[in-house]
Design a protein around this ligand. Structure first.
Ligand SMILES: Nc1ncnc2c1ncn2[C@@H]1O[C@H](COP(=O)(O)OP(=O)(O)OP(=O)(O)O)[C@@H](O)[C@H]1O
Ligand SMILES: [Mg+2]
Length: 285
């Protein structure tokens, strides 16, 4: 079976891309899937979340991209650049650090945008998770071209609506130019403040733009920030915590949507009605 390659994308910063990419990857690994997490952000936050700040992996995504800048009669594969010791069974990592940023101009000038996609060919993983930077740049675009599914986390503020409209255009462009089969699984509502009419209003606006909303929503919890310091995905370190349970349920709903092969947008009318019912039953001001 072809591997699932999921990008957790939003050009807006701090919405929970890394948190979700790492924890969804951990959920996949825990459920027995051979899983690869590719940190595609020069900030290297996914790498730090898995390995800590001190460890400096021998091989990183920058080394892979660097190899792509040279003529090579053998096709380069990203699998030569994997860190195996993630301490989480079934989870492998392609690490990343600031060095990636230094390669950007050379990669752009030499038109290497397809290299991530090509490097993932002949992939023996069940699931691959891509964590791009908060920008609509070369590294994010490379992820959107390499992926077959996209998940969009938002943090329920008013700027999310503008970001979502831009994301819609970006996806259309990527589909048209490079990756026609990119499937939008939907929006993940992160840092959800239960019972606020404001959050529900934003969710309804996002649906009007044409996005499907994934459930359950992920509540806000300081435990997530703590899990970053503990260097352990919250779903592994605190599996019984409400946030871990929400992420785990989210993983399973993503899995079932992924398997239906029905474009996520088809269920929008259904979801619209469900959200309206939820909002009506809460009688919020
Ligand atoms: N549900 C949540 N509750 C509380 N804090 C959260 C939650 N989700 C994420 N955070 C915190 O918000 C911050 C940003 O999260 P994260 O790094 O995952 O976002 P990001 O979109 O990857 O950021 P960037 O755009 O910089 O890559 C982190 O400090 C993280 O711990
Ligand atoms: Mg991030």
């Amino acid at each position: 079976m072809a591997p699932i390659i999921r990008v957790i994308y939003n050009q807006k910063g701090g919405v929970g891309k890394t948190t979700l990419a790492v924890n969804l990857a951990a959920c996949a690994a825990r459920s027995g899937k051979r899983t690869l997490l590719i940190d595609s952000d020069p900030q290297g936050n996914a790498t730090s979340y898995i390995l800590g700040q001190e460890k400096y992996p021998d091989n990183t995504l920058a080394d892979y991209y660097e190899s792509c800048l040279h003529l090579n009669i053998f096709r380069q594969s990203i699998f030569e650049y994997i860190t195996l010791n993630t301490k989480i069974p079934n989870l492998h990592l392609v690490a990343c650090n600031r060095e990636l940023e230094d390669l950007r101009t050379k990669l752009e000038n030499k038109h290497k945008i397809m290299k991530l996609r090509e490097g993932l060919k002949n992939n023996t993983y069940d699931h691959v998770y891509l964590d791009p930077p908060p920008a609509n740049d070369f590294f994010s675009l490379a992820c959107l071209i390499a992926a077959n599914e996209i998940i969009i986390p938002i943090d329920c503020d008013a700027f999310s609506i503008r970001a979502a409209s831009e994301i819609k255009n970006t996806i259309e462009e990527v589909r048209q130019d490079h990756n026609p089969s990119l499937k939008v699984l939907g929006i993940v509502v992160n840092q959800y403040q239960k019972g606020t009419k404001h959050s529900l209003g934003i969710i309804q606006e996002l649906q009007k733009i044409g996005f499907s909303i994934l459930e359950p929503f992920i509540p806000s919890s300081v435990k997530i920030r703590e899990s970053h310091s503990e260097i352990k995905p919250i779903v592994i370190g605190h599996p019984d915590h409400a946030v871990s349970q929400a992420i785990n349920s989210l993983f399973h709903s993503i899995e079932s949507i992924s398997q239906t092969k029905i474009p996520a947008n088809e269920s929008i009318e259904n979801k619209k009605n469900q959200i309206k019912e939820k909002s009506d039953s809460l009688h919020l001001d």
